[in-house]
Design a protein around this ligand. Structure first.
Ligand code: 2P0
Length: 340
């Protein structure tokens, strides 16, 4: 392909997602293939917007790609992950050009919402289009997965199921849509319980868990049943059924990580207090169910109407710094294609 055939600058956006059946462990770290499936909800408003352009003049003075994050040069580790991802697209398309990549995040820092999910979903869409590829959603999801496992799910909106796949090349390790964002008006109320970055990153923590936790085999064995129950609950819009699976999936993931050597503990005192608030709400008849990711924040699944009760109850919980109410949102989309 000649560079004159390329659409040049492509801008895409994607929302982040929260897993209700967790992904924790890989069957192939090189291709970033998950050991189990997972199920998530893609969110509106919180996400990433990324512009990619492959061109000879994109080359930075020191060579390579020019990568910015929130209008400043990207931190080295972030830039390195983006560069490795661009190399996948360059290999696939034989576009041997450097790229200019500009990412803006609307995921609040330290909110415990995975920015790598929306970031690599937006990057996969923008970079593949800028390189002249038109991928089907499943192929795009498999590409995004190579940037970050959870990013495969953010290609789709609403409730999404990620398959572990069986093929060694990972072509079947991709997500698919289960129920669109507008079909079921649920909320995720986030209780933020700490500032600052998490103690240990997910990739490293998953690896340590798989290598050292005696509960890892049990975790792997339990996920397929949780996944089947969660899928059925989503398709019948059964909030109690889905909430119960979400809580037990989160507890099992954390129990497994806590049993690693050295132990991985993401919670703090306010995490436990927020869980207690959810149990108290439930005992009083409110359909509220928590999940916790690789961090200390608590995310509570409930109906839109009950969010008006759940949010103040979490905000009043000792140690909770602030709350956010998250709404289901659409999948990744192209916002602009410009010739420069
Ligand atoms: C999830 N997490 O299912 C789980 C639960 C965190 C806790 O997916 O190594 O950043 O890039 O594939 O996608 C976070 O993992 O990990 C994650 P990599 P990723 O949402």
């Amino acid at each position: 392909m000649s560079i004159f055939d390329l659409p040049l600058a492509v801008t895409a956006r994607a929302g982040t997602n929260i897993a209700l059946v967790k992904y924790w462990g890989k069957r192939d770290p090189n291709l970033n293939l998950p050991a189990t499936g997972s199920l998530s909800l893609t969110l509106a408003n919180f996400g990433s917007e990324t512009t990619v352009r492959f061109a000879p003049d994109a080359e930075a003075p020191e060579g390579g790609d020019r990568i910015s994050f929130d209008d400043a040069p990207a931190p080295p580790r972030f830039a390195e992950r983006v560069r490795r991802f661009l190399n996948l697209v360059r290999q696939e398309t034989r576009v041997g050009l450097p790229a200019e990549v500009a990412t803006r995040n609307s995921v609040p820092t330290a909110a415990g919402l995975a920015s790598s999910a929306s970031g690599f979903a937006a990057l996969a869409l923008a970079a593949s289009r800028a390189a002249g590829m038109k991928l089907a959603p499943r192929e795009l999801s498999a590409l995004a997965r190579q940037g970050s496992g959870s990013a495969a799910r953010s290609i789709f909106g609403g409730f999404v199921e990620m398959a572990a796949g069986e093929r060694s090349d990972g072509s079947d390790a991709c997500a698919q849509a289960l129920l669109p964002a507008g079909a079921w008006d649920v909320r995720l109320v986030v209780a933020i319980t700490a500032e600052g970055p998490k103690a240990i990153g997910s990739s490293q923590a998953m690896e340590l868990t798989a290598k050292t936790s005696p509960y890892y085999a049990g975790w792997l064995q339990a996920v397929p049943q949780d996944l089947a129950a969660a899928r059925a609950a989503v398709l019948t819009q059964d909030l109690v059924g889905l909430g119960r699976v979400a809580e037990r999936s989160a507890m099992r993931m954390h129990a497994c990580a806590m049993a690693a050597d050295p132990p991985i503990l993401y919670w703090n005192g306010a995490t436990l207090a927020a869980m207690e608030t959810v149990r108290r709400l439930r005992a009083a008849g409110t359909g509220a169910f928590f999940t916790v990711d690789a961090g200390p924040h608590v995310k509570v699944l409930c109906t839109a109407r009950d969010a008006e009760l759940v949010e103040p109850a979490l905000a009043a919980t000792p140690g909770v710094l602030r709350t956010l109410v998250l709404v289901p949102g659409p999948g990744a989309e192209v916002l602009r294609e410009e010739r420069r």
